[in-house]
Design a binder for this molecule. Structure first.
Ligand code: TYD
Ligand code: MG
Length: 452
């Protein structure tokens, strides 16, 4: 038997090196290299099996209709692009304790309730623990099977025997293939196991969901290095001290990556949040300087969120500009425009901008709201609490048109807002709804004139 070779592999990004390195040239992480035994070529499992086909005219290719199965949660279905596609491999990543197991257990249950057979494989908890949790979550169904196991070859045998429609693997870091000598959770194991699951899902046309823990230390192989192997990568995120959780796709072969699903972690598990704007505006202070509401699009859904700004004179040194939830550079740019075009003297002001609720906004349509909240804090003057701001700001201070104005305004109306500031360029070819006052603005100066 030949001596097996070892390699040093970055546990964060999968960069391989013949010798140990202190800093990874791939991802700049320190101390992330670990020695792993590399499977010899004969042991290697092809990680991706593309069917071999003949050239065919694109017009003649039959796509059929992708049959989709509902997860039982609109929020989850939307992120997947309309439900579960059979034969797909989906990675659900997130920090430990964020609720990945809970989400997949509840989903398993609602799929099983539709009469489909679901196998939930757990390498983290015992069947008893899962049962106790399922009792509490009231997710007991005859068609839901629990398998405590970590040996993937054994698991494959069980899958072939049971013939389920769906398989959940919780988690990829606990799974292993016996012929690979590195420990579960190492890059080689995680990569080979994912390749193995890919083969199972494609050959049996079975949807498989894989849980992957993400750790900041990089001690466990991050799901990042699996992204190219799977059909979809979803991240389940949230802040520990907040109860809501956001599910978003960073890759999806069967749908858009702009969609997000919002859940709330309750005593009895996760429940969907169908009207997230209400949730995000729930703690909004009213009549306070530095607070403005924007209407942002998250995928196909409008979302009203509060932006807060706080400006204070700089005590010494360079002024600080700190933003959470929006790009720092965007805030800096908007402050420059405010200075030059509206005449606010902001050079000696520290500025803190925060999107309430920990949401990330990366569309230019929130510019106007950011600028107005900064102006409001600077002048120590509050904005009318039922104003909503929509618009992108150009360098000359012009307010530029944005997409999907109707949906944004409708959402504002639905939530009881009284006035909506929007770009004048958005007024063409559209009739605003009754019940909300529209203030169409051409420049930032105009907006300031009416809002402050
Ligand atoms: P879990 O799904 O185990 O997280 P993960 O699989 O991502 O590690 O959920 C962990 C947390 O969720 C746990 O600390 C407690 C909380 N939780 C609730 O608040 N309510 C519930 O009904 C459940 C099942 C969990
Ligand atoms: Mg778990």
């Amino acid at each position: 038997k030949t001596k097996s070779k070892t390699k040093f592999i970055c546990q964060d990004c999968g960069y391989e090196s013949a010798k140990w390195l202190g800093k990874c040239p791939g991802c700049s992480q320190w101390n992330s290299f670990a020695e792993e035994v590399v499977p010899t070529t004969s042991e290697r499992i092809p990680s991706n099996q593309h069917p071999q086909g003949k050239p065919e005219s694109i017009a003649a290719i039959d796509t059929g209709q992708e049959p989709r199965t509902s997860t039982g949660y609109q929020e989850f279905d939307r992120v997947l692009g309309g439900g579960i596609v059979s034969g797909s491999l989906v990675l659900v990543g997130g920090d430990p304790g964020i609720g990945k197991s809970t989400l997949l257990l509840q989903t398993s249950f609602s799929v099983a309730k539709q009469g489909k057979k679901v196998l939930y494989v757990t390498g983290e908890e015992s069947s008893k623990q899962i049962k106790l949790r399922a009792d509490r979550l009231q997710t007991i169904a005859d068609e839901l099977f629990i398998l405590p196991a970590t040996d993937l070859e054994f698991i494959e045998t069980q899958i072939r025997h049971l013939q389920p429609d769906f398989v959940m693997i919780d988690s990829i870091q606990t799974m292993y293939l016996p012929h690979i000598s590195s420990a579960p959770g190492s890059v080689s194991q995680v990569r080979e196991c994912t390749g193995y699951l890919l083969r199972i899902s494609k050959s049996l046309q079975m949807a498989i969901f894989i849980v992957g823990h993400v750790t900041k230390e990089g001690t466990i192989a991050g799901p990042r290095l699996l992204e190219h192997m799977v059909d979809a990568v979803l991240y389940f995120e949230g802040e520990r001290h907040h109860s809501y959780r956001i599910l978003r796709a960073v890759k999806n072969r069967f749908g858009s990556t702009n969609e997000m699903g919002i859940f709330e972690m309750r005593e009895l598990g996760l429940s969907e949040v169908r009207n997230p704007s209400e949730l995000f505006l729930a703690e909004r202070p009213q009549g306070v300087a530095g607070s403005a509401v924007v209407a942002s699009m998250e995928g196909t859904r409008p979302l009203l969120v509060e932006i807060q700004a706080l400006l204070t004179p700089t005590a010494y040194g360079n002024p600080r500009r700190m933003a959470a939830g929006v790009e720092n550079s965007r805030v800096a740019l908007l402050m420059a425009v405010l200075e030059k075009r509206v005449g606010l003297f902001l050079q000696n002001q520290d500025a803190y901008v925060n999107v309430a609720g920990g949401v990330r906004l990366d569309e230019p349509a929130v510019d106007l709201g950011i600028a107005v909240s900064i102006g409001s804090s600077f002048r120590n003057q509050s904005i009318h609490p039922y104003d909503v701001f929509i618009g992108e700001i150009g360098l000359t201070g012009e307010i530029r048109a944005v997409s999907r104005i109707e949906q944004r305004v409708k959402e504002a109306l639905k939530l009881g807002f009284h006035r909506c500031f929007l770009p004048i360029g958005n007024m063409r070819g559209w009739k605003p709804p009754e019940g909300i006052q529209i203030i169409a603005v051409e420049t930032l100066q105009d907006a300031f004139h009416f809002a402050l």
